[in-house]
Design a protein around this ligand. Sequence first.
Ligand SMILES: Nc1nc2c(c(=O)[nH]1)N=C([C@H](O)[C@H](O)COP(=O)(O)OP(=O)(O)OP(=O)(O)O)CN2
Ligand SMILES: [Zn+2]
Length: 147
Amino acid sequence: MAGSLHSSAAERVGYITRLQSFSACHRLHSVHLSDEENAKVYGKCNNPNGHGHNYTVEVTVRGKIDRVTGMVMNLTDLKRCIEEVIMIPLDHKNLDKDVPYFATVVSTTENLAVYIWDNMVKVLPPGQLYEIKIHETDKNIVVYRGE
Ligand SMILES: Nc1nc2c(c(=O)[nH]1)N=C([C@H](O)[C@H](O)COP(=O)(O)OP(=O)(O)OP(=O)(O)O)CN2
Ligand SMILES: [Zn+2]
């Protein structure tokens, strides 16, 4: 088809997403703030006893749909990456105490998305990671695209 965006020679781009749920506890507390400031900024989420979430992460990869395989990437490979980057270090963990990154970085969902992004790019083919979306609760959702 002459002039078509998707002539037979063109490559099509697709987005594939895999969902992964995990459970973890945390406390919102910044090392850059006093105890009083922490209590004021984070309220109940600064309670020293912490609290838990059942997080759901959406990992989206963008890439050319390979003509031969029909895939952007094999979802089985993405599943392996998610196991390594999300499940092993984060599931059933205390984010602040068990994950060294969060010793000095406050464990907000924004920072959790950055942590997952930074580690996911290390195990995925270059330039393929498109988006990390985290559902912290049914109502609280964070998106990070590496900016
Ligand atoms: N910008 C951010 N704000 C807040 C974060 C965060 O990660 N980024 N996190 C929290 C708390 O950790 C916690 O997630 C809040 O939980 P909660 O208020 O219970 O969640 P809901 O709003 O969904 O609950 P409802 O009380 O039913 O509305 C706080 N802020
Ligand atoms: Zn929380």
